[in-house]
Write a protein that binds this ligand. Structure first.
Ligand code: COA
Length: 260
């Protein structure tokens, strides 16, 4: 696949996707959203891909937001379609069924922070800055950031970030649960790929079921969510990988999971 605004590399079962518009700090324009949709759909359906790492080109930004030049042209009619296009991509990433790790290498602002939040896990370099500064443009998040942010950090902190538009450090983001880990900038990609390889070695059906149980369960009443969990649990107990995992433990060896 050749893309205008993405670089795609493969390391065994891990696919590394780099958003490549460094002159505008990797801002997301429509073309980039479409290309990301294409690469994520392919990753979702490919049996050989078990984990995705998503990052930004250069050393300054992961993604500094939606492309403000495009935003400035929006009308009430196409503004809503614009939001739905981004929301569809971010929903696909969140429910890909395979871990997507955001390797945040600098600014993750606006749509960039929303993109990172749609990922399964977030690693940030120690020099990264995160925030939802849309309020300072007279707008609000349109890629589900107003919904994912409170789910990740709680209502009070979400409202503070959304209403002040403040940029917070990677360490502050870690303390409130917005990122999972902070690592020195020089080690970010090594750490992200190491984690991706670790997750790629897990049983794929169980990985998919865990992501679904958490994402879908959070949107259900607890009593329904635990029923949903039990159905997914029943599914994973029917896999060859379940037999391999339990046998490997009893035989004191490392399991080899096949995804069946
Ligand atoms: N959309 C389009 N272009 C963007 C952009 C965005 N979201 N963010 C940065 N750029 C462009 C700048 O216009 C500038 O282009 P130029 O070189 O042609 O002037 C280039 O990227 C570099 O940005 P610059 O502002 O000069 O870098 P900086 O280090 O001084 O500041 C930021 C970095 C991230 C603080 C600043 O660029 C910024 O606030 N960006 C917008 C963030 C935002 O509001 N995102 C939410 C959008 S909904």
């Amino acid at each position: 696949m050749a893309f205008e605004n993405l670089e795609v590399a493969y390391e065994d079962a891990v696919i590394i996707v780099t958003i490549n518009r460094p002159k505008v700090l990797n801002a997301l324009n429509g073309q980039t959203i479409d290309e990301l949709h294409q690469v994520m759909a392919e990753a979702s359906s490919s049996d050989s891909v078990r984990c995705v790492v998503l990052t930004g080109a250069g050393d300054k930004a992961f993604v500094a937001g939606a492309d403000i030049a495009e935003l400035a042209e929006l009308t009430p009619v196409n503004g809503s379609a614009h939001a739905r296009r981004g929301q569809a991509l971010f929903g696909l990433i969140e429910s890909l069924g395979k871990p997507v790790i955001a390797a945040i290498n600098g600014y993750a602002l606006g749509g960039g922070c929303e993109l990172a939040m749609a990922c399964t896990l977030r690693l940030a370099s120690d020099s990264s800055k995160l925030g939802q500064p849309e309020i300072n443009l007279g707008i609000m998040p349109g890629y589900a950031g107003s919904q994912r942010l409170p789910r990740l950090v709680g209502k009070g902190r979400a409202l503070e970030l959304l209403l002040t538009g403040a940029h917070i450090s990677a360490e502050e983001a870690r303390l409130i649960g917005l990122v999972n880990r902070v690592v020195p900038a020089a080690e970010l990609m090594t750490e992200a790929i190491k984690l991706a390889r670790e997750l790629a070695g897990k049983a794929p059906v169980a990985v998919r079921a865990i992501i679904a149980a958490v994402n879908e369960g959070l949107e259900m009443p607890f009593s329904q969510a635990v029923v949903h969990e039990s159905v997914l649990f029943g599914l994973v107990t029917s896999t060859d990988d379940m037999r391999e995992g339990t046998n490997a433990f009893l035989e004191k060896r490392k399991p080899v999971f096949k995804g069946s």
